[in-house]
Design a protein around this ligand. Structure first.
Ligand code: AMP
Length: 203
């Protein structure tokens, strides 16, 4: 499908519960980044997107990745890394909204200065959305297992670089299964982000 011909969400092969939500929230037309990204992510391809906030980029990755979730699988299938606690919460709220008709599904914001124990109990059938340091802590403690991971989102990758999280991001990337899908979004494309894209994106 040519992306310039996508004028309605129901032209995209999104799962039914997501189309229902889009109807409810009143989104009529996919934004350009959504029209370009959603078909690729639905096919399991990797995506490198240059996009600012306000362009609809959260739905551009949340809708197709939610669409591909296997709700019978307990371990995390999708992980989102974001530079700040605020963005992590915002992305988690967006996932929760789009998933409101997907029963038994939870989103968990994982960021600094939270009690671990509540999070540990909660880390089942979830999409963890977190800052790199905290996600790494959970992985090291064995409270977040990513061997069933099928997709990883790097949101605002240039901000994660600017804030000094890029080594943590790479460490996490190295621990995830080789064939996981990656969606990397960045407002700018500095050399180090291009290198990461070249090194870790398969398609
Ligand atoms: P984002 O760029 O992901 O931060 O999204 C910016 C805002 O646009 C959010 O408040 C979304 O709820 C809204 N939004 C995203 N996609 C659409 C769409 N296709 N139609 C209308 N509003 C949208």
């Amino acid at each position: 499908m040519k992306t310039d011909t996508v004028t309605a969400f129901n032209q995209l092969a999104l799962a039914k519960p997501l189309l229902t939500v889009l109807d409810e929230v009143g989104y009529e037309t996919p934004s350009p980044i959504q029209a370009q990204t959603i078909p690729l992510l639905l096919e399991g391809k990797d995506v490198l997107g240059q996009a600012q906030t306000g362009t609809g980029k959260t739905a551009a990755f949340a809708l197709p990745l939610l669409s591909r979730l296997d709700l019978k699988q307990k371990d995390p299938q999708v992980l989102v890394l974001a530079p700040t606690r605020e963005l992590a919460i915002q992305v988690a709220e967006a996932f929760q909204k789009y998933a409101s008709h997907m029963h038994g599904f939870h989103v968990l914001p994982v960021y600094g200065a939270q009690d671990y124990r509540g999070q540990i109990r909660a880390l089942q059938r979830v999409v963890p959305v977190g800052t790199p340091g905290r996600v790494m802590d959970h992985m090291r403690r064995g409270t977040l297992k990513l061997d069933k991971l099928s997709a990883l989102v790097l949101d605002e990758a240039d901000e994660m670089l600017r804030m000094g999280f890029i080594d943590d991001v790479e460490w996490i990337l190295e621990q995830t299964p080789a064939h996981r899908q990656i969606a990397l979004f960045s407002a700018t494309m500095p050399q180090q982000i291009r290198r990461i894209a070249n090194q870790y994106l398969n398609e």
